[in-house]
Design a protein around this ligand. Structure first.
Ligand code: ATP
Ligand code: MG
Length: 424
């Protein structure tokens, strides 16, 4: 019997690599849809797994849809997946076109465009920060003067990611610069020139994300993840840890908001990553949803802490087969991200741990001699490593100790402002 082929929209990055490998190991022919530029970066590890690929232009989604649908039909594709934030809407449309399990294409924009997200969440009754869309400078001034918002507020782009162009603004003085930065944060396949920004009320509290899998419209929450974020105007994620146990009433409230958000974004078959802030009063506000598995190695954390094979589960959901979500272990895992203390030229980076027992994943994304930035967006992070074990205290202590070993030297050098890079 020939197994259905599996098409990955953009196969760059560790998460896509794990998915491709899981599908190939199970005997599926794995195909990638990619841009010409991205394909040049596909290493032999990935191309060795692929049965085929199609080069398309994701910046022209209608044309990409037609090309991918024709390719998928020709090559016997029975499952379409993506872990790329920017391609979740196209994935939903392609699944619908091919008649394979996928998300509601009519709602998929709500997980991509933060103005559409705010509208869909508000209509569904999800608790969200007060959000105003400002289409130009006069609307920006009006939004800043709006008494329902006030300062601090958060100025952010509509459809970037990785915290690019997101600024916490404490007063009118920094607002124009924040809006410029949001406008400059062009998403991966967008061409720029959009003058719109969002002005959002600042929500104080602890930041979490909820990692969920939905099959046939029924959602299972795999874990609550605690997010570490830099303070100040630019909020860059510096770590994730899971599983977190919240007080039962708080967890119930979080899950309720998240489930409504998942439905509002049309997630029917697949993963979602919902970011929330829980205030001191225990109230949960949803900051955003991604209709995909979380980035930042959270899939690796789930796999190692909870023993859930997220890659196989995602594959089964995409193929329309019963998926296994149940934890098979009760450990704990954390990922730490390494950032540069200042902008300049990287002259040395030492002390990163090696993979081994209790450290299943280490990734360095830079090279000596590269220009690095002080953290302004997630794309500025230099390296990451995952630490796993049986208890939260032990794992966090070990991760902190490993982190203290890391030494970074950066030589001053004029650095072009690349804080707007919408990297994942
Ligand atoms: N309304 C808000 N109140 C408080 N903090 C916020 C708010 N909106 C955003 N932030 C902070 O800014 C960070 C980035 O914002 P947001 O998640 O909206 O952008 P993003 O680019 O989609 O992020 P990513 O892709 O990294 O998840 C959040 O993780 C949070 O720390
Ligand atoms: Mg976010």
């Amino acid at each position: 019997m020939t197994l259905p082929g599996v098409l990955l929209l953009d196969a760059v990055g560790p998460e896509a690599g794990f998915l491709a490998e899981a599908a190939a190991v199970r005997g599926h022919k794995v195909h990638a849809a990619t841009t010409a530029a991205a394909y040049t970066g596909y290493g032999p590890g990935l191309t060795g797994v692929l049965a085929g690929h199609i080069v398309t232009d994701f910046a022209r989604p209608d044309r990409a849809l037609a090309e991918l649908a024709a390719y998928a039909r020709r090559r016997g594709v029975g499952a379409v997946l993506t872990v790329n934030e920017y391609l979740t809407e196209l994935a939903a449309r392609l699944c619908a076109e091919l008649g394979v399990p996928g998300n509601d294409p009519g709602r998929a924009q709500a997980a991509r465009d933060k103005a559409a997200m705010a509208e869909a969440f508000t209509a569904a009754g999800v608790r969200v920060p007060y959000t105003v869309l400002a289409r130009d400078d006069s609307e920006l001034q009006a939004a800043l003067a709006d008494r329902r918002g006030g300062f601090p507020c958060v100025v952010k782009p509509l459809s970037a990611a990785g915290s690019a162009g997101v600024t916490v603004v404490n007063g009118p003085v920094g607002a124009a610069e924040a809006a410029d930065s949001a406008r400059a944060a062009v998403g991966m396949y967008a061409s720029g020139g959009d003058s719109r920004v969002l002005v959002q009320a600042y929500v104080a509290g602890a930041e979490y994300s909820v990692e969920s899998l939905t099959q046939d419209g029924t959602t299972t929450h795999l874990a609550v993840t605690r997010k570490r974020v830099t303070g100040g105007a630019r909020r860059v994620e510096t770590g994730h840890s899971l599983p977190v146990s919240l007080p039962p009433a708080v967890q119930a409230a979080v899950y309720q908001e998240v489930e409504t958000a998942i439905q509002a974004a049309g997630v029917r078959h697949g993963a979602s990553h919902t970011e929330v802030i829980v205030g001191e009063d225990g109230r949960c506000t949803v900051i955003e949803i991604g209709a995909r598995l979380a980035g930042g190695q959270i899939g690796v954390l789930i796999q190692h802490a909870l023993g859930i094979d997220v890659w196989s589960a995602l594959l089964d959901i995409a193929l329309g087969r019963p998926a296994a979500f149940a934890p098979t272990s009760c450990g704990y895992a954390t990922v730490r991200f390494v950032t540069s203390p200042r902008s300049g030229r990287l002259t040395s980076l030492s002390g990163l741990p090696r993979t081994g027992p209790g450290v299943p994943f280490v990734r360095c994304r830079t090279t000596i001699g590269a220009i690095v930035n002080e953290p302004g967006a997630n794309g500025h992070r230099l390296a990451s490593f995952v630490v796993t074990g049986s208890s939260a205290t032990e794992v966090e202590e070990r991760a902190d100790a490993q982190f203290r070993q890391i030494r970074i030297q950066v030589e001053p050098q004029p650095v072009p402002d690349s804080s707007a890079r919408a990297d994942r």
